[in-house]
Design a protein around this ligand. Sequence first.
Ligand code: FEO
Ligand code: CA
Ligand code: CA
Length: 636
Amino acid sequence: MSPVDDGLVSNPTTNPRFSDVLDAALARRTVLVGGVAAAAATFLGGASVAHAGAPGRRRELLGFTGIPVSSADAVVVPEGYTAKVLISWGDPISDGPAFLPDAGNSAEDQARQWGMHNDAVWFFPLTEGGKAYNGRGRVRRGLLVQNHEYTDDVLLFTDGTADWDAEKTAKSQAAHGVSVIELRLRDGAWTVERPSPFARRVTASTPIEIAGPAAGDPLLQTSADKTGTTVLGTINNCAFGHTPWNTYLACEENFNGYFNKTGEPTELEDRYGIGEAGYLWYTTDTRFSADEEPNEPHRFGWVTEIDPFDPDSTPVKRTALGRIKHEGSWVVETTRGRVVVYSGDDQTNEYIYRYVSDRPWKEALRRKEHPLDHGVLYAGRFNEDGTGEWLALTHDDPALQAAGFTSQADVLIRARQAADVLGATKMDRPEWIDVDTETGFVYCTLTNNSGRGVEDGPPVDAANPRPANVYGHIIRWQYRDDYDEPTFRWEIFALAGDPGDPADGSTIVGDKYGSPDGIYVSPQGRLWIQTDVSSSTVNAGAYEGFGNNQMLAADPDTRETRRFLVGPNGCEVTGVVVTPDERTMFVGIQHPGEAPEGELDPANPGQFSTWPDGGTSRPRSSTVVVTKDDGGEIGS
Ligand code: FEO
Ligand code: CA
Ligand code: CA
């Protein structure tokens, strides 16, 4: 995660308003009632459903020996597995310039190189002819698309942030955004194809179209764009989504940290955390001064759709998905072909959102009504009895009209405030979401919330049952028949912490972890969990003995959880995808060597980690390729 917003709270409401304060004991009982078999029986009821699967998989999912925690400055994987670096910050994406180890590359170089601090990643298989894979034959070619969430500007430059100028702003902007690279399977190993006609960087200065109900709204108009329909760049792209029509969704998370406001923030600015900037861009680029361009911040916090198969295509911000600190946008299809898109708003005490397209996506595309421009956005309410409901954020709702919302554009631009009015449930920092299409369970990580149930924080509730929730938890929900139903049933999949220490209150079945962030259901149904313990607390305090950030595999039916990978010092493990045969896995290692507190000394960039290059080198965010030595499925 970006350090800009760690721990920020800007939700002033008293939501949830649905219940009295629950005592922790009742909440805890609710959590433990049921379990998977009971849940499956209750939710699916044996009915013939679109995504129905019997409880229990076709076969055993976890075949590897779990590894111990690690504090080594290395990527550690189980015996019988190999992890190799595929690409690192500064490497050319095609036939561009090579990385200079003293970080001496220019802004122009950086715009042709892999960006900094890679996050979510997806693999789009290609046919031998370079088209989207049609499901036939072995995959030997593909596009890897990955976000670059943020930059550490001390590491980005030889002399850190000293003497900040327009060139430094430009390089920092060029290190943000998204990369598309082409991979080929050669001699059994996936490697980067250079040059490639598909290779592309989308950065904080790439022209992007604004579409959907909020496009053109006066709040989106600036001195450079009087129409409110075009914007430069996408930033703080944390997690992601991918669509059935083969596009990539880059989501804008902590965008507020790039804008500087010196005066008193407006109510809207305050609700989205606009204030003192964490970056220095505004000092040379007036776009990022909210004093000079008050509407520019409203053009961020959206989901940007990118067609990775066409490097000349213009990315599009899809405003119907709402303006929040989008962790990601995970897409699942209903039986009739509508798309349902889930987003977590990653900030303490914020909400989970769901979007449902008006029409089946194929019909919508035929009619030239984009399925992500025409639909309804909802915010989630998690009731204490294990039921939940989706609250529609539509302008015709009398409560929203009474609260002063003037149009659907207004509702979407101020989505957080609309969700406040309708009484959505404040969650313990929603991060990734993914869907197990075999059982219909939707999983969401809630990374932590040390302010829950203490001081001015919201009270515990059944869905966020622990006061001072330092370890976080994973919640899951399920529908009766299909993903677009207005109500659902939920349960806690795991309360994180050390299951060997009763004081932690962990319900993990297996290896300990905390601060779950990435979550991914592989095609065969393995549930991969990645952690983001902040650098200031990793392996210290409540996290003493947890080692470096890590990735685990869980069986979603038995809940058995085993540690599969541990990252190098100071890193976050974020971003994971497998190839369709599940024999190759790509894993993101972000911000190795981040200073535990304060800033690095630019003269000593390898102070906390020298991964992956070793020696006295500057640490570099990288994506690694994991394979099983016997060629089998990853995790088997
Ligand atoms: Fe960027 Fe929510 O982690
Ligand atoms: Ca995080
Ligand atoms: Ca994240």
